[in-house]
Design a protein around this ligand. Structure first.
Ligand SMILES: Nc1ncnc2c1ncn2[C@@H]1O[C@H](COP(=O)(O)OP(=O)(O)OP(=O)(O)O)[C@@H](O)[C@H]1O
Ligand SMILES: CC(=O)N[C@H]1[C@@H]2OC[C@@H](O2)[C@@H](O)[C@@H]1O[C@H](C)C(=O)O
Length: 405
């Protein structure tokens, strides 16, 4: 086995995360002490570089098979890396550091497609006749070599395929970092990230790695964002502060119907994405809301918000609360800024304190970027950096790939 030598106890890393909401790339400059589950991370600076409307729409289309083009995926792989490099450089500058101070960058990349499990075994053991669109696989773009050559530092990335190669779903990976950052001896914590997709990590009090479980709860802001974009004729990309949603009344019977989607019944481990709750899903939802329920625009946004809140709460009732005691729900991701959504969640979950990860010293916007810095740190130390209990992998293994400058 090749083991990369990484013998320093403390490193400065930049974690990069471009998530499913396609709002931009988050960069976290982090000082990491040690490695593995006892690593300590201190966020030195968080920076987000937003994507303009044109780039966001291009990226959305790349994630829709009918509109996606292979030449554009190829080019976007290089282009996004250039954009990530600019974001990393700016984050480091704003932290008062220079690239010479940075030991490594660790990049999640941008997911364009994700097939968490084998859907179709047609062809059986004859590999050549298998349907490739049904093979367990995942694609994150933002080329690691381009990033490394531009920044002049080693870049770790492409974490998900390694988990799939040992039978996992390639997601969620954040629970490993949640365990490092939020484990508590006395209190059971549920970490809820609300990005494009919603995902939660259950950390029972004094959890060992095998006690942690995690899964995607369904859409995070994805349906709200897309509804807002459609209803505003492309002028708004999200519901700032949840104001539009708060001005309407949710149609609970439509939410009841939406919660019948098979994803919500599926037991964890499970993951989802833009393939399921993307543009087409929301276009159908908006059309039905108008045609069958005669909802106003404000009521449609309120209904999308209630759908997100109830899908999260229902996931806990079905899959978390029967398994372990939870005292606190710690929300991170851009959804923590949607007051209407946060209020609905607090109302649906009266037994637990619902708070933001900011209260634990982890910037709610930067949490995932910090976690990817931790994953890169462990890759360089040869330490397994995922939780098979969360992804369904058959064994712990070291995830990631390395590009050198
Ligand atoms: N002030 C705000 N008010 C309401 N919503 C907001 C606000 N700021 C951000 N958001 C929402 O948060 C989203 C971005 O969240 P985040 O950056 O956590 O997602 P992501 O990392 O791209 O997604 P994922 O975690 O699913 O990969 C935006 O698309 C928007 O819907
Ligand atoms: C394939 C993919 O990119 N999945 C993302 C996405 O965004 C949220 C949710 O869906 C989660 O499964 C995952 O990201 C986080 C960081 C994870 O792996 O834990």
């Amino acid at each position: 086995m090749i083991r990369i030598s990484f013998d320093r106890d403390s490193a400065i890393a930049v974690g990069l995360m471009s998530g499913t909401s396609l709002d931009g790339v988050d960069a976290a400059v982090v000082r990491i002490e040690g490695g593995g589950l006892s690593a300590k991370a201190k966020l030195l600076h968080a920076y987000s570089r937003p994507y303009g409307d044109e780039l966001r729409e291009r990226l959305k289309d790349l994630c829709v098979p009918e509109r996606s083009r292979v030449d554009e995926i190829c080019g976007m792989n290089a282009l996004l890396a250039e954009i990530f490099a600019e974001a990393a450089r700016e984050a480091v500058r704003q932290a008062g550091l220079s690239m010479q101070d940075v030991d490594f960058v660790s990049s999640h990349g941008q997911t364009v497609w994700h097939i968490p499990g084998e859907r179709d075994r047609t062809g059986g053991s004859d590999l050549q006749s298998r349907d490739p669109a049904a093979v367990r696989s995942t694609l994150q773009i933002g080329d690691l070599s381009v990033l490394s050559k531009r920044l002049g530092v080693p870049v770790v990335g492409d974490f998900r395929p390694g988990d799939m190669a040992v039978g996992g779903q390639g997601a969620p990976l954040a629970p490993y970092g949640d365990l490092i950052l939020f484990r508590d001896e006395a209190r059971g914590r549920l970490l809820q990230n609300i990005g494009g997709i919603g995902n939660c990590t259950a950390l029972p009090a004094s959890a060992n790695p095998e006690d942690v479980f995690a899964f995607d709860t369904g859409p995070g802001n994805m349906v709200i964002d897309q509804a807002v974009w459609l209803l505003s004729g492309g002028r708004m990309t999200y519901d700032a502060g949840g104001a539009w949603g708060a001005s309407g009344t949710p149609c609970e019977s439509l939410v009841d119907e939406m919660l019948k989607h098979p994803f919500f019944r599926q037991a964890p481990p499970k993951s989802t994405g833009r393939e399921v709750f993307g543009k087409a899903y929301t276009a159908d939802f908006v059309e039905r809301a108008r045609r069958d329920f005669a909802l106003s625009d404000a009521d449609i946004v309120a209904t999308a918000t209630a759908f997100t809140a109830r899908s999260i709460a229902q996931s806990y009732t079905d899959f978390v609360f029967p398994r372990c005691r939870i005292d606190e729900i710690v929300v991170s991701g851009g959804g923590a800024r949607n007051a209407a959504l946060m209020e609905m969640l607090a109302e649906l979950l009266p037994e637990q304190a619902v708070c933001s990860s900011n209260e634990f010293g982890v910037d709610d916007d930067a949490k995932e970027a910090v976690i990817f810095a931790l994953l890169g740190n462990d890759f360089l130390r040869g330490v397994p950096n995922h939780l098979p209990s969360a992804t369904g992998a058959s064994r712990p293994t070291v995830l990631g790939k390395l590009a050198l400058p």
